[in-house]
Design a protein around this ligand. Structure first.
Ligand code: NOJ
Ligand code: NOJ
Ligand code: CA
Length: 661
């Protein structure tokens, strides 16, 4: 558990078991480590209640052209309730849903005087304290009850709910900058229903920075200057809250805390984290009492990690790893390339996350990125390989809705820059009149089934949720690692995973990690195919062959072969010149402690001096390297015979003679 935990919080967590409503502090202490998340863009999921749909121009059924994706499509919270079995069937433990506050329906005119709808995604907020009327209901009370009902239904089904929260900004209303900042007062040329300011108390101009847009050409290098610029300017026009203003800060924090408290939601995804200081978001996390993970759309581990940990959040969206996954799994680049973002370069920097690497939220794409399948040129095997990867590597795997349907961007084209149209298709494609022409709630696709198996696997093996990750192999097209529980009740549980991102089968013989407790002779079993086993060699290596664009995941097999032992007598001859000092045998096998344990052979047990003997039980068939050493009274090795001897233990046991001099 990487999440900070005070004694008091730990106590609450224990007490909470017997309470009906869990105290908020307990939830924060638990963190999100171990969850697996399904990301839902509510408007694009399922229309469970057409009565709340936007009417008129702001609404479209079709997805025929890019603009169609900028309008409301009708999905809502009832739709998630209706489809809870579909989500549960994949085995997710949590969902992350689009922002819940009431959104700004129409944006202000762009430079051509055109107004675009902004409400469907929810990031442009109108009333932070009111539940989204298009996701819930027009009636304010009924709307928030629907949200609470959604959380309850999820909880009844064993699924946690993570709210997307947007503290950094509201929608885009303010015109001009500095002392010239103002809300539009002449609304005659605007679309009817255009909201020209957020609701009170958020319509106080001094609550905002009013410095104009972030200049992303000045974002790098990351330093105090560029960080200050990100914090104090508008993200694409979105009116930027000034957290140095105590009333503004309190109002924002309270609005978010309200939704968490009212609904009983379990965590928050914090939008646009890099536009707020780690300290501010840390305070927010403490205040709302649930774990949070922020969004820093940034591939630099050093930068992202500044928001992680005891002075930041419990985790962050893992954009650096995401970029490595696209490079390596979708584009087939080298896993161990040290000049570019690769698995190797990213995992080598995991130390920057301290104890929180397992709280990083991993993903292969999202609502702002091209669908992975399109990045992978439509190759479903590559996508499934990447999915198996995020389900086995450290972190909290998160999958964007629809991935399970083997569908990339709706136009099958790469979108340059921010992807926020063709990747956001509806789980039901409709014609102009709203008739369903394609339904993507298919539970029998191979990827739906794979995700279900992967979620079952993670539930079964705590090592995949909380274990330490250690590299076992890094080469251009083959990367392998172990996940191991180093302490606790499951100490020693270990899963070994290998990935191939080329088209050819690759086999490697890898050393079991020194930290591992897997012994020579242990049989490892493919978690998805009990007929596929590999045996750890006497020198603790394991050979794993991985087909092209695929993976192998091995656990320690439940049935291990019975090891039979036979007695071997070692005889050491001609030790005359060294009598009086202790002589020992050491051997390179588990039974002889891998050079660490020594068996005393003389002089205590030497009735036949100068010939000393020692008998020991050893595994039949194992080839053992051994040598004789001598120690002084302090246990220091003062001599060892130059030649190592090798002996294969016969089934009837036997004698092994070693010449002392
Ligand atoms: C990041 C979100 O993921 C994106 O979709 C949104 O538009 C911006 N933040 C602004 O809120
Ligand atoms: C507006 C929305 O589509 C939002 O979700 C997106 O992230 C931003 N534009 C950035 O392009
Ligand atoms: Ca609806």
């Amino acid at each position: 558990m990487g999440f900070r935990k005070t004694v008091m919080e730990a106590l609450c967590a224990v007490m909470a078991v017997s309470m009906i409503a869990q105290p908020v502090e307990a939830k924060a202490a638990e963190g999100l480590e171990g969850e697996s998340i399904y990301q839902i863009m509510v408007d694009r999921f399922y229309d469970g209640d057409p009565s709340n749909n936007a009417t008129g121009e702001a609404f479209r059924n079709t997805e025929n052209c890019e603009d169609d994706f900028r309008y409301m499509h009708g999905g809502d919270w009832q739709g998630i309730i209706d489809k809870i079995d579909y989500i549960k069937g994949m085995g997710y433990t949590a969902i992350w849903i689009s922002p819940v506050a009431d959104p700004q329906l129409w944006g202000m005119p762009d430079s051509n005087g055109t107004q675009w709808p902004t409400a469907y995604h929810g990031y442009n907020v109108y009333d932070p304290n009111r539940a989204n009327r298009y996701f819930g209901a027009e009636d304010e009370q009924a709307s928030k009850e629907k949200l609470r009902e959604l959380v309850n239904v999820c909880h009844q089904n064993g699924i946690k709910v993570i709210l997307d929260v947007v503290p950094n900004h509201v929608g885009d209303y303010l015109q001009g900058t500095g002392s010239n900042a103002h809300y539009i007062d002449n609304t005659s040329s605007l679309k009817s229903g255009t909201q020209v300011q957020p609701t009170a108390p958020f319509n106080v101009i001094s609550w905002y920075h009013n410095l104009g847009d972030i200049d992303f050409t000045q974002e790098l290098p990351h330093n105090s200057y560029s960080n200050a610029m990100l914090e104090s300017h508008d993200l694409g026009g979105l009116d930027d809250i000034d957290f140095d203003n105590p009333e503004a800060k309190q109002a924002v924090f309270d609005s978010i805390k309200y939704w968490i408290d009212y609904t009983g939601a379990d965590g928050a995804r914090v939008d646009a984290a890099k536009c707020m200081s780690p300290e501010t978001i840390h305070e927010l996390e403490e205040y709302i009492g649930v774990p949070t993970f922020g969004e820093n759309f940034d591939m630099n581990v050093d930068f992202v990690s500044q928001w992680v940990g005891d002075n930041g959040e419990s985790g962050m969206l893992d954009f650096p790893l995401f970029q490595a996954i696209v490079n390596d799994f979708a584009h087939g680049q080298n896993f161990d390339n040290t000049d570019e973002i690769s698995l190797k370069t990213i995992f080598d920097q995991d130390y920057m996350y301290g104890d929180n690497a397992n709280q990083m939220v991993t993903f292969i794409d999202n609502h702002d990125r091209n669908r992975f399948l399109t990045e992978a040129g439509g190759d479903v095997y590559k996508m499934q390989n990447a999915l198996a990867f995020i389900y086995t590597c450290r972190g909290i795997p998160t999958v964007f809705q629809g991935t399970e349907q083997n569908r990339g961007n709706a136009n099958c084209q790469i979108i340059n820059g921010i992807a926020d149209t063709w990747n956001r298709w509806d789980m039901q494609t409709k014609d102009y009149d709203g008739n369903v022409v394609a339904d993507y709630f298919n539970t029998s696709t191979d990827t739906y089934q794979l995700i279900s198996r992967l979620n079952t696997l993670r539930r079964e093996y705590v090592a995949l949720r909380e274990g330490t990750q250690r590299e076992m192999w890094s080469s251009p097209h083959y990367y392998a690692f172990s996940r191991r529980m180093d302490d606790g009740d499951d100490e020693g549980q270990e899963i070994i995973c290998a990935f191939n991102n080329s088209y050819d089968t690759i086999s490697n013989t890898m050393q079991i990690r020194a930290e591992s407790s897997i012994a020579a002779g242990t049989v490892l079993e493919n978690v998805f195919d009990s007929n596929d086993t590999v045996t750890v060699s006497a020198t603790r290596t394991v050979t794993v062959s991985v087909p092209g664009n695929s993976y192998k995941i091995y656990k320690i097999a439940e049935d291990q072969p019975e090891v039979e032992y036979a007695d071997v007598t070692f005889t050491i001859q001609n030790a005359s010149t060294y009598w009086g000092q202790s002589v020992y045998l050491v051997g390179n096998c588990d039974a002889l402690g891998n050079w660490n344990t020594s068996l005393a052979v003389g002089p205590a047990s030497c009735p036949d001096y100068p010939t000393w003997t020692v008998s020991v039980s050893l595994p039949i068939g194992e080839t053992i390297e051994f040598k004789a050493i001598k120690k002084d009274g302090n246990g220091n090795v003062t001599w060892e015979n130059g030649n190592n001897h090798s002996y294969t233990v016969p089934s009837e046991g036997g004698n092994c003679i070693i010449q002392w001099n």
